[in-house]
Design a protein around this ligand. Structure first.
Ligand SMILES: [Zn+2]
Length: 188
């Protein structure tokens, strides 16, 4: 059975057994909080448990490395829509130790693309038309610095109201322990 078939047949039973009833909540988050976290597999269940958030409590955005790579990209747009339209009053950026985006080597990633059939010609064309792969695929060396940078991008965004605290945290993907990097209540 493929993963897709597996999902669809499980889903049929999930709905038929009304298992969704345990998760039904309103659209506005109870805690009025938005969490931007990394998409790491170890955090799927651990992060909400470790932060004591459940269905209906928060909005969770996930990206590789919890990075906000562009101030006018889709992540920042989601944050702003959350604040202006969906009841968000506070934001947490949560990076983690042992992140796959730490120390990404762009030349190696480009080589993997070539190995998977992306032609040199296509890569050249993209470069000529202004795509900077170093910038596009850039990771980070230090997770705390990276979280501070993401916090600063969100916090200093010209369209974010100044009364929305933006916190920065780093989670241990094995134990769920959170370390505070930026206390948004104390930020200027
Ligand atoms: Zn990660």
């Amino acid at each position: 059975m493929t993963i897709l078939q597996d999902i669809l047949s499980y889903n049929e039973e999930f709905v038929a057994n009304k298992e969704y009833e345990a998760y039904q909540r309103g659209k506005v988050p109870n805690k009025r909080l938005l969490i931007l976290a990394c998409m790491d597999t170890r955090l799927v269940e651990l992060l909400p448990k470790a932060m004591n958030v459940r269905n209906g409590d928060v909005k969770i955005l996930k990206t590789a490395g919890a990075l906000v790579s562009h101030p006018f990209g889709s992540i920042m747009r989601s944050i702003l829509v959350g604040v202006y339209e969906l009841g968000i009053d506070e934001i947490c950026v949560v990076g983690h130790h042992d992140c796959g985006m730490a120390g990404i080597q762009v030349d190696k990633t480009l080589q993997k693309m070539k190995d998977r059939g992306i032609t040199e010609e296509k890569l050249d064309t993209l470069q000529y038309s202004g795509i900077d792969f170093e910038e596009f695929l850039e990771g980070f060396d230090d997770v705390e610095e990276s979280v501070k940078h993401s916090v600063s991008t969100v916090n200093n965004h010209p369209l974010l109201p100044t009364d929305v605290p933006v916190h920065g945290l780093v989670i241990n993907p094995d134990t769920g322990k959170l370390d505070l990097v930026v206390d948004g209540y104390k930020a200027e």
